[in-house]
Ligand binder design. Structure first.
Ligand SMILES: C[S@@+](CC[C@H](N)C(=O)[O-])C[C@H]1O[C@@H](n2cnc3c(N)ncnc32)[C@H](O)[C@@H]1O
Length: 439
């Protein structure tokens, strides 16, 4: 029997997708507003989340699929049915959930939406999909937006930037990212922690790219991770674990992490330097700043935390200069779409120029805070040159005391400026790094 409206994970998922698509909420917020916390069973919670994220991942494809199955689009007052159908089509076309279960549960949900009249419509659309699935798949292949499930503007940017890799990139973006850990090497070693994981039957391996990183064979909930509360480990992809090494930290240096929340890279800086640097973590958003405090407390790191705007140091800085600055700039997130598929719905083409302008402004504002011979590491989780090498190019042409230092590693792609990691390489997220030194 279908559960009541407040407790149906399918309904939570479908409402959450609607909140992302129509109200612009991010998926976590959308799931909360849709009532995921009212679900009692952990399996229901995980099912609601996976149907929501899966539908968002395949949203651009499912929209085309639904349009092929409907004679005419549903009216605005029936947007709820539209999203009910999208989530059901995702389950039918991309998962191995029993088909009769998907159809009957979805049809029954029209009662919860108080649209009993739509029973025949929902049943008809889903059965029509099942009858014509193979032919519809062929039609979807003809549209690049449907085939790759990416918005047209982003697809065009990717095709231009990565003419040989864009297909692989879109395929990676549609996969589920692995769960990776960063071992707090001040509290345990990577080998010891791997043994601890083995003792609770969590299959994992060491990343060859970062000395602190472990990649789990399949994701698990945080409470299953040994010693998480005691700060032995944090959840972090391997690519962001490269920042600490690229900063070339030396004892007693003063480091500024200019966009620090939730504090993943800041904590790693403390771990990689064995706590021998002084770290100032700056963050604009007071809510996110609290997450830095929590993380540092759990991991046992002492850092200075300042609420302030990286683009106007005069409002928070006492004139202190730093040996190292990490600018992990706000960006489109185009390198982490596999973790946050809602990015494909929430971002707009016009955001990219605005972000690039802001990134350049941050560089200019922070540069005077760097000591002579100091290094600034610029990082984004974007794979768009507009936010990466082009920003660095502009900055270098405008700031004559800045020189680029090559990041000499045997992974990623060396670009005209900086190093680009594409999603999926050594199981990493897409990331960009460029190291600038002051002469
Ligand atoms: C990419 S995230 C940083 C991730 C972080 N470095 C980590 O590794 O956990 C960018 C952060 O910059 C913050 N931010 C945005 N605008 C800012 C500004 N003008 N000044 C300082 N921080 C800002 C955002 O709130 C966000 O927390």
């Amino acid at each position: 029997m279908t559960k009541s409206s407040t407790t149906s994970p399918r309904l939570v998922a479908c409402r959450a997708v609607q909140f992302v698509a129509d109200k612009g909420l991010n998926s976590e917020r959308a799931l909360t507003v849709a009532g995921i916390n009212n679900l009692n069973d952990v399996r229901d919670i995980s099912f609601a989340r996976s149907v929501c994220l899966g539908t968002l991942r395949w949203y651009h494809q499912q929209e085309v699929l639904l349009s092929l199955l409907l004679d005419k689009p549903l009216q605005n007052k029936n947007r709820d049915l539209h999203f009910l159908l999208l989530t059901a089509l995702f389950q039918l076309s991309k998962t191995d959930i029993a088909r009769h279960g998907v159809v009957s549960e979805t049809v029954n949900l029209v009662h919860a939406l108080k649209k009993k009249w739509a029973k025949g419509l929902v049943n008809g659309v889903l059965r029509s999909y099942l009858r014509q699935a193979a032919a519809l798949e062929i039609k979807l292949k003809k549209s690049p937006v449907a085939d790759t499930s990416h918005p047209d503007w982003l697809l065009k940017l990717l095709q231009t930037a990565w003419p040989y890799q864009w297909r692989d990139i879109t395929e990676e973006n549609n996969k589920q990212a692995p769960m990776s850990l960063r071992v707090n090497t001040l509290r345990t070693s990577r080998d010891e922690y791997l043994d601890m994981l083995g003792s609770v039957n969590i299959d994992a391996s060491c990343s060859p790219i970062s000395a602190s990183a472990i990649i789990l064979k399949s994701p698990c909930s945080i409470d299953k991770l040994p010693g998480f509360d005691k700060g032995l480990v944090s959840i972090q992809d391997v690519a962001p674990q490269l920042a600490a090494g690229f900063l070339d930290l030396q004892n007693n240096q003063h480091v500024l992490d200019a966009c620090a929340a939730p504090g993943g890279k800041a904590a790693h800086i403390m771990e990689a330097s064995a706590g021998k640097v002084k770290l100032t973590a700056l963050e604009l958003d007071p809510q996110r700043l609290l997450r830095i405090t929590d993380n540092m407390q759990r991991l046992g790191h002492k850092v200075e935390i300042i609420e302030g705007d990286a683009s106007s140091p005069e409002s928070w800085s006492s004139g202190q200069k730093y040996d190292r600055i990490l600018l992990d700039a706000p960006c489109s997130g185009s390198g982490v779409i596999r973790r946050h598929p809602d990015i494909k719905l929430l971002r707009r083409a016009s955001d990219i120029k605005q972000l690039a302008d802001q990134q350049l402004r941050f560089l200019h504002a922070l540069w005077p805070l760097l000591k002579d011979n100091g290094k600034l590491l610029y990082a984004t989780c974007s794979i768009l040159p507009q936010e990466n090498e082009n920003v660095i190019h502009c900055f270098l042409s405008e700031e004559e005391t800045a020189k680029e230092r090559e990041l000499d590693v045997n992974y990623g792609q060396s670009r005209q400026h900086g190093l680009q990691i594409l999603p999926g390489e050594h199981q990493m997220d897409g990331f960009f790094y460029a190291c600038l030194q002051k002469n």
